[in-house]
Design a protein around this ligand. Sequence first.
Ligand code: TRP
Length: 339
Amino acid sequence: MRIVSGIQPTGNLHLGNYLGAIRTWVSMQDDATATGGECLYFLADLHAISMPHVPAELAANTREMVAALVACGIDPERSILFNQAQVPQHAELQWLLNGTARMGWLNRMTQWKDKAGKNREGASVALFTYPVLQAADVLLYQATHVPVGEDQKQHLELGRDIAQKFNNDFASPEAPVFTLPQPFIPPEAARIMSLRDGTAKMSKSDPSDMSRINMTDSADAIMQKIKKAKTDPEPLPSEAAGLEGRPEAKNLVSIYAVMANVTVAAVLSEFGGEGFGKFKPALGELLVEKLAPINRRFTELRQDRAALDAILSKGAEKARALAIPTLEKTYAALGLMRG
Ligand code: TRP
């Protein structure tokens, strides 16, 4: 099993990021290392330049994200943790795959359509070819499993199409150049919503800080935010069906369930019939208890720039060694001379 996944280095990490990608990464790392598999996790800093960005913030966010990943349990001794920019093989393979990817395939990508909006002529070329770089990210390492959120499934399928077409066009069936990666979408990928509006995703760009739990929030701030979280006047239902049409209640109960590692049904069998006056303090305390150790490590690590840079440079060295054989095979399959 070879697990490969990436995350864009956005700043202001919050509970949604943790309960989304990061927790899955940690549990896959723990499973993989128990069974002799291997995990490569990277900061997709090359992807970040597909949208307008501030260079100084990109470097700071990259370090910040490494600190968060390590604080949440990614162990740089067991997983290969790096940023794309230190492994030039990603960009090289992307160029080689640009010959195989089709304009029509990329034109159908919903993320491209959403992000470019009505202004396609003004969008960057990088935004358009973004999925080809993403394909290179995983094909470079012969990934077998790629944990991603539902929104990235289409990109992963495109990566499989590119691998398949390349193998068809340039390799023999007995000796394919690329492994076809499987998307792995966590079964109950928690969609964590805003604390102020149960129909909007928890987001770092929401102007209200009360809408999210940040990785840097103190215990007091967490308790306050949960206490002030929007709810409705009804008590909690005793079954999950009763949460339909109650987005805020549903969100708080889901957060509790994921944090306690139990089902929504189990949470409701404990709190069904209770009002938020009782549920909210319980949720706040659970969050404080689970997040406190992460918060402590994160606060400490994010100040240790030398340690973070060392993690990334060591990770990149290991990643390059794994990447080179596939990259060389790709050049050779295309008839490109390497001396
Ligand atoms: N595009 C992904 C996202 O925004 C991040 C990403 C880049 C990625 N390269 C990847 C995810 C390779 C999985 C595999 O979430």
